[in-house]
Design a protein around this ligand. Sequence first.
Ligand SMILES: Cc1cc2nc3c(=O)[nH]c(=O)nc-3n(C[C@H](O)[C@H](O)[C@H](O)COP(=O)(O)OP(=O)(O)OC[C@H]3O[C@@H](n4cnc5c(N)ncnc54)[C@H](O)[C@@H]3O)c2cc1C
Length: 387
Amino acid sequence: MTTPIWDLAVVGAGPAGSAAALGALRARPGARVLLLDRADFPRDKSCGDGVAPHALDELARLGIAHVLADRVPVRRLRLRSPGGCEVAATLQRPDVVIPRTLLDARLVEEAVRAGAVLVRHQVRTLEVRDGHVVLDGKLRARAVVGADGANGVVRRRIGVPRQPDGCLAVAVRGYAAAPPGEPEQVIVMDSRGWPAYAWSFAAGDGSANVGFGMLLPRLRATGRGGRAELHGRLRELLPGVEPERLVSHYLPLSTSRPRQPAGPVLLAGDAASLINPLTGEGIYYALHSGRLAGTAAVTESDPGTAYGAALQRELGRHLRHTTTLARLTARPGVVDAGVAAAGRSPGAFDALVEVGLGRGLITGPLLRGIASEALRKVGRTLQGAVG
Ligand SMILES: Cc1cc2nc3c(=O)[nH]c(=O)nc-3n(C[C@H](O)[C@H](O)[C@H](O)COP(=O)(O)OP(=O)(O)OC[C@H]3O[C@@H](n4cnc5c(N)ncnc54)[C@H](O)[C@@H]3O)c2cc1C
């Protein structure tokens, strides 16, 4: 019996992998698409479970918006800055909060319904041989999408350097009862070991996803074990919350993204370090990059080059802006000014949300807001000094 040659093998069936399979099958119906994951679905994934509006757009583009039809839209966002400035406002477009156990299983189901062949298999080796990509010495494909997450093997096997520690965050997530009232997404920032913040994302069904995250070097600098620090800070910042099912995971931030190499092996989602450095958002990027990678894999003669260019075109400018903003907000005072500005101006609030959860840019209202808040602060300090 001859082993089939797959048009595309996708390693990892999280949001990036399912989107890659779906993107490929929409671009070339009838393509032979293999979807591999080391886990059986449903499976858990440590995450805040917040699905941003742009991710909803991506689901619509993939023709599967219905996977979230039963979820409650979450319209309120409350931010507390490191210095204690608080703003709560209505989002222009609502988010959805859905446990990843549910979301990822639904996405996989859609990919299979569209024609992908799902196989439980942990990929360990990859080589390019005779014009094909060979996985584990036996699975042959014309192209491979590495969507195998933060510790991905595909990235290592094609020689892309590992994520530098300085651009790696680590976060713990759990579940707890949601506070009463309208469901809100709450982010409580902390100046200790900044950037660091806790979150409570109400799902609208009485439960909330809660968590705490910080940069890996800052965590190490505390001298405490990761578990003690992350779990302890979560409880400190969200007093009264009794989280269960706490699980930690790494977040490779887009402030250090690898270059997509030419050729038949593409990286998408966390495997490509596509996580927003300001918020930890990664599901939208995973769906978006997965769709682009899957499409290029089955339609282009040099998928790597075509996909790299598409990613650059669609997200390049936004990613450069988030990197700049991450540098600026390394000073917690800038974040205090940004949150204060968001409290005064709906335009600045919307811009902040768009850059943190979508594909927004640093806009005039946001910059002017931050600058005038900073000036106000200087004014108050001077008044205090002379008065
Ligand atoms: C604590 C925390 C909170 C977060 N909160 C949010 C949030 O609220 N909103 C948001 O948008 N983003 C959030 N993120 C980021 C988000 O979770 C990721 O960006 C997203 O999961 C990326 O999807 P992915 O498909 O690239 O990778 P993953 O979801 O990690 O999927 C990778 C898949 O690959 C499989 N795999 C791995 N290795 C192999 C192998 N060798 N062979 C076969 N299969 C393999 C795994 O089993 C897994 O199913 C958070 C992250 C963390 C850690």
